[in-house]
Design a protein around this ligand. Structure first.
Ligand code: NAP
Length: 440
């Protein structure tokens, strides 16, 4: 029997469990740990609440989760309730599937001012992550600046623009919906340090901006390269740039019909966030592309007055004491998923925050291949680990209040029952309330 512990119940965790099950069938036991009492990580608290079809992938994980040899062990914090070395004593392989939950810093003055947030915090807030439920962003400001030209910047700009009706069918949490209904935002500036050809936005997500009830995207035609240059782009990127060209062609009269403007400001690099205690503006430097395609400052600066800033410039993994970490890339130091014998990483914790949810599937299968090779070669010792029974003993001795997958299904049923009309669920945003729901 092989005993595998996976830390993190997001896509990378469940794809790894699926791969282990496919390879070893009944000869493996997989325990998937999560610090929250609820599973699915990024699917629950990262994917935008109005993108329910993407969240639907969790149904696939459920079939893995419900199988006999895979177990969800929620409400267990690694490093507090049990350490990595203790897990390594108990399991043949420990796989870190902890994602990249922390914001990269922009490294500019003023990042600590009030009403300046990283996207991990802001997205966590509107998605009901317990860590960010109390974030309390003030949306009663005229202008918001969103820094970054990736899909997260698009998610944030779209969520800030939507009407309550446009959230019907979504699982945006009540506190965020309430704050958005009282929003005064009329202008959202999306700052890109490079140009339209360098965006990291995908066509479907970009195209959504053209169909918002009360917001209209705006692109300065002067920022667009000659149309023939689009031929050198790969097809997806060409489609995205096509959307930007469409936005640039929207007549001014039509734009004026809508009260919110989503303004793409390209070749614009943030230099300093301004304000005393609270943000009042951002200083930006105009850039030009150098011969390597990087943004170089031109020396020309200007200020955008704004009362809210959200940096959407990428994420990093949380380091774990004693586990080698590659600071510059924001992920665990690893060789094809191997950290040290018996300790592996997968998904964003392995490769950094890139790719789609589906990219984590081959990652999960690859790490299981590595584990299989290491088990065969004897690198991981000669078996005899206690696995589940050993963990259960330790959990009992420590009085851990473990949440099982069956428990989660109870929490889920209560969340579904308390959903507002048309919504799939109303998430609990505090761990205590999730635990209390188990008694209902
Ligand atoms: P991303 O795709 O890596 O984009 C980060 C953006 O931030 C880039 O435009 C980057 O510009 C910019 N940036 C980085 N550092 C900066 C700085 N110091 N100052 C100004 N700009 C800076 O990251 P993401 O948007 O966080 O997305 C993470 C991953 O999740 C991506 O793979 C994304 O596709 C995926 N995702 C997918 C969806 C979806 O499919 N619906 C939704 C959300 C996220 P440069 O290019 O110049 O570095």
């Amino acid at each position: 029997m092989r005993h595998i512990a996976i830390i993190g119940s997001g896509p990378a965790g469940y794809y790894t469990a699926e791969a282990a099950q496919k390879l070893w069938g009944d000869d493996v036991r997989v325990d998937i740990f999560d610090m929250l009492p609820v599973p699915y990580g990024l699917i629950r608290t990262g994917v935008a609440p109005d993108h329910q079809s993407i969240k639907g992938v969790s149904r696939r994980y459920e079939s893995t989760a419900l199988s006999e040899n895979v177990r969800f062990v929620g409400n267990v914090t690694i490093g507090e309730d049990i350490s990595i070395p203790e897990l390594q004593e108990l399991y043949d392989a420990v796989v870190l599937a902890t994602g990249a939950p922390n914001d990269k810093a922009a490294g500019i003055p003023g990042e600590g001012l009030e009403n300046v947030f990283g996207s991990a915090a802001f997205v966590g807030w509107y998605n009901g992550h317990p860590q960010f439920a109390k974030l309390g962003p003030d949306l009663t400001v005229n202008t918001a600046v969103v820094i970054g030209n990736g899909n997260v910047a698009l998610d944030v700009a779209r969520i800030l623009s939507k009407t309550a009706e446009e959230f019907s069918g979504s699982d945006i949490v009540a506190h965020a919906l309430h704050a958005l209904q009282k929003s005064h935002i009329e202008r959202i500036v999306i700052l890109g340090r490079r140009g339209p050809h360098q965006i990291a936005m995908t066509p479907k997500e970009l195209g959504e901006l053209a169909h918002l009830t009360r917001a209209c995207p705006r692109v300065d035609p002067a920022d667009l390269p000659p149309v023939d240059d689009d031929l050198f782009l790969e097809p997806g990127q060409r489609k995205s740039v096509g959307h930007l060209r469409g936005f640039a062609a929207i007549p001014e009269e039509f734009r004026c019909d809508k009260p919110v403007e989503i303004d793409f400001d390209f070749f614009a690099s943030p230099r300093a966030i301004l304000g005393d205690e609270r943000v009042t503006g951002i200083e930006v430097e105009r850039t030009a592309l150098d011969s390597d395609g990087r943004a170089s400052g031109t020396g020309e600066t200007y200020t955008i007055d704004c009362g809210l800033i959200i940096t959407c410039i990428g994420y990093k993994t949380s380091p774990i004491p004693g586990v080698p970490f590659e600071e510059s890339a924001g992920r665990f130091a690893n060789d094809e998923g191997r950290i040290v014998p018996g300790l592996y990483c997968v998904g964003w914790a392995r490769r950094g925050p890139s790719g789609t949810i589906g990219t984590n599937r081959p990652d999960g299968f690859a790490v299981v291949e590595s584990i299989a090779a290491d088990l065969s070669s004897g690198v991981l010792g000669h078996g005899g680990k206690q696995g589940r029974p050993g963990f259960d003993q330790l959990a009992e001795a420590r009085g851990l209040d473990i949440v099982t997958f069956r428990d989660w299904k109870k929490i889920e049923a209560v969340e579904e029952a308390r959903a507002r009309s048309g919504a799939p669920r109303e998430k609990f945003v505090h761990v205590e309330d999730m635990i209390k729901a188990l008694d209902s």
